[in-house]
Design a protein around this ligand. Structure first.
Ligand code: C5P
Length: 314
């Protein structure tokens, strides 16, 4: 997560993530699920602009890149995809996790400063790509710097976990095995993979997908995947992909099955759904290979297609 200082204004690029592995281990008494997941940040970014102000107000403005307002974009339709929004609706104002992140940090730090926060969205919503979580983590980092609070990353990570299970991951260097409900982080060394991500015209709600899932009877863990990643072996990585949420997600939309079939045809190294969906990704051999696959998928009219690589989140 790279901070740019422009006078008193701070700008941070907040990356998306994908789950290379996700196993549901059990249902907890607090309503969450115990999971083991392996997350990597990817080079699709939202931008958070943080402008401190002295009147104590916290104001948030959200906009999709390309000039669409947050709510307009939900209404924008692609006729070739049927009557569906393209990138999903983003909550504006106080419902947004960015606003809640700034408020929570300010309250816990006993700080009275305010901010105007501008959020420029490129990561599709309801996609399993962690956009809202990444924006919230970027806001914590920006506010900590702009308000000169001097909090450590460890302390920020505790607040991050209160905001959402995926938020602490975005304070790491961009690859980690995450356990508990997702907030217990074991960082991995950064790695390079070439990927194509598709967000179909339908988004999925995380709680709804989890509600449909059954914990796995025979967990295999992320160990073999970590070994393949450490060796820099993309074919080995492809063999170890897995996501227990794909089956429940496929009950909620036929797009999951459709994307599985689309990727199967493309000759990628491996493919699967990310997080609780609805995005799907394919693992490619090289940058050239991923550009070719992305072009083919665009012509198949399957939704928003991103040609991407893994990124350093921090
Ligand atoms: O933590 P977060 O607010 O992102 O979670 C959203 C919802 O997803 C939770 O309220 C819960 O229904 C579900 N969830 C879960 N188990 C997890 C993570 C999320 O059941 N490990």
């Amino acid at each position: 997560m790279h901070i740019r200082h422009l006078g008193t204004e701070l700008e941070i690029d907040a990356p998306a993530k994908i789950n290379l592995f996700l196993e549901v281990l059990g249902k907890r008494a607090d309503g969450y699920h115990e999971i083991e997941t392996l997350l990597v940040a990817v080079t699709v970014y939202d931008t958070v602009v943080f402008i401190p102000r002295s009147d104590g107000e916290i104001e948030l403005a959200c906009q999709w890149a390309g000039g669409f307002t947050a709510r307009d974009n939900a209404l924008r339709k692609d006729p070739s995809l049927g009557d569906q929004p393209i990138a999903g609706e983003i909550p504006v104002g106080r419902e947004n996790l960015v606003w809640r992140a700034a408020m929570l940090l300010r309250e816990r730090a006993g700080c009275h400063r305010g901010a105007t926060i501008k959020l420029l969205k490129r990561i599709p919503a309801a996609a399993g790509l962690g956009g809202a979580s990444s924006d919230a983590a970027a806001t914590l980092v920006a506010a900590n710097a702009a308000w000169q609070l001097g909090w450590t990353r460890e302390r920020l990570a505790e607040l991050a976990a209160e905001l959402g299970s995926d938020v602490p991951f975005f304070l790491t260097r961009g690859a980690a095995v995450c356990r508990g409900r997702g907030e217990c982080i074991e960082p991995l060394a950064p790695l390079r993979l070439h990927l194509v991500i598709v967000r179909p015209p339908i988004g999925l709600s995380t709680p709804r997908v989890y509600k449909e899932c059954q914990p796995t009877a025979a967990p295999r863990g992320a160990g073999l995947l970590v070994t393949a990643l450490t060796r820099g072996d993309p074919t080995g990585v492809a063999r170890q992909l897995g996501n227990d949420l794909a089956r429940p997600a496929a009950k909620l939309t036929s797009w999951i099955q459709r994307l599985q079939e689309e990727f199967e045809r493309q000759g990628v190294l491996g493919y699967q759904m990310s997080g609780s969906g609805s995005s799907y990704f394919g693992l490619c051999r090289s940058a050239r290979h991923s550009r070719r696959i992305a072009a083919r998928l665009r012509s198949r009219r399957v939704g928003a297609v991103f040609c991407t690589t893994t990124a350093a989140a921090n």
